[in-house]
Design a protein around this ligand. Structure first.
Ligand SMILES: [Ca+2]
Length: 268
C-alpha cells in the first residue's frame, strides 16, 4: 500500500489532538534546553492492537513494522487502510524481535537480549545472514552509510554494513546530563530521532555532538491511545515519509498510527 494516496485523507481526522508541548509561554528555559518541536495530527491509520511495536520504517512509500515478544515477533508490510500487517517474517519463538532498518535492499533486524541480528533480502524476505553484538538490541536506523543502533542506554552505536561490527558510538546528552533509554530510531534529514522508553517523548539528536537539540511531547497521543485500548503500552515507533515530510508514530498495541506534520508553536 503506497502512502501517497492515504495522505489525501489528511483533514478527515476528527480527533482533537492538536498540539504537543505544554511549555508556558512566559517560561524562559536555559539556553541549552532542547527546543520544543510542535506538531499537528494530519490523520490516523488503524494499527493492529496485537502488534507489540518495536520498529517502524517507510521505504519507497511502503510502511514496514517489526514487533517483539517471544512467539509474537514478526516483520510485516502494513496495509494502512486496514492496519493489517502482511507478515513476511515470523521469528523463531526464542527471539524477541526489536527494531528494523532498510538499506541497500536489505532489512536489518535486532533482537532484544539474544545478541543476534538478522539480515533479509528486501524483496524476498529470505534470511541472508546473522550478526552478533555484545549488549541488548533495541532500535536501529541508518544515515545512508552506516547502521545506527540503540541498546537501551544513552549510547548509539554505528555499525559497518559490510562487517556488521561497531565502528564508533556516540553518547546522547542534554542540558541535564545523559539521555538514556533510547529506543526506536529514525534518521531524518541529518538528525537522529529517538523515542525514550517509558516516556512520551521523542528526542532529536545531533549525531555530530550527541546533543539533544529538540524534543517532541507525545503525551496527548499516548493518552488517546490508552483511552481507546486499555492494553495500549508505551510509545514506540517512528517512521518518516521524506516526500511529504510527515512523521508516522505509534506505540505497542496502540489502536492507531498517528501521522504528524511538524508545525509552528500554537498561538493563543
Ligand atoms: Ca524507525
Amino acid at each position: 500500500m503506497k502512502l501517497k494516496d492515504p495522505i489525501v485523507l489528511a483533514g478527515s481526522l476528527v480527533i482533537s489532538l492538536a498540539f504537543a508541548g505544554c511549555k508556558k509561554q512566559d517560561e524562559k528555559p536555559p539556553a541549552s534546553e532542547p527546543a520544543t518541536i510542535y506538531y499537528k495530527v494530519k490523520t490516523t491509520w488503524p494499527h493492529d492492537t496485537d502488534a507489540f511495536t518495536q520498529g517502524l520504517v517507510i521505504h519507497n512509500g511502503v510502511l514496514y513494522e517489526s514487533t517483539g515478544q517471544e512467539g509474537k515477533s514478526w516483520i510485516g508490510v502494513v496495509d494502512i487502510q486496514t492496519g493489517k500487517p502482511d507478515k513476511k517474517v515470523i521469528l523463531e519463538n526464542e527471539f524477541f524481535g526489536e527494531g528494523i532498518a532498510i538499506l541497500n535492499n536489505k532489512i536489518y533486524q535486532l533482537t532484544y537480549t539474544t545478541h543476534k541480528g538478522f539480515v533479509y533480502d528486501l524483496r524476498t524476505f529470505k534470511r541472508l545472514r546473522e550478526f552478533t553484538y555484545p549488549g541488548e538490541g533495541w532500535g536501529i536506523t541508518h544515515d545512508g552509510q552506516n547502521l545506527i543502533m540503540s541498546d537501551g542506554t544513552e549510547k548509539l552505536t554505528y555499525l559497518d554494513t559490510a562487517t556488521l561490527k561497531p565502528i564508533k558510538s556516540i553518547t546522547v546528552t542534554d542540558n541535564h546530563g545523559v539521555v538514556n533509554k533510547l529506543n526506536e530510531l529514525e534518521y531524518i534529514e541529518g538528525f537522529i530521532f529517538a523515542n525514550r522508553w517509558q516516556t512520551n517523548n521523542i528526542v532529536k539528536i545531533d549525531p555530530k555532538t550527541g546533543k539533544v537539540v529538540g524534543k517532541m511531547d507525545l503525551s496527548a497521543l499516548s493518552q488517546n491511545a490508552a483511552l481507546r485500548n486499555s492494553q495500549a503500552d508505551v510509545l514506540n515507533g517512528i517512521a518518516y515519509h521524506a516526500g511529504t515530510k510527515l512523521f508516522v508514530v505509534t506505540g505497542k498495541n496502540w489502536p492507531s498510527y498517528y501521522v504528524l506534520q511538524l508545525s509552528n508553536p500554537p498561538s493563543n
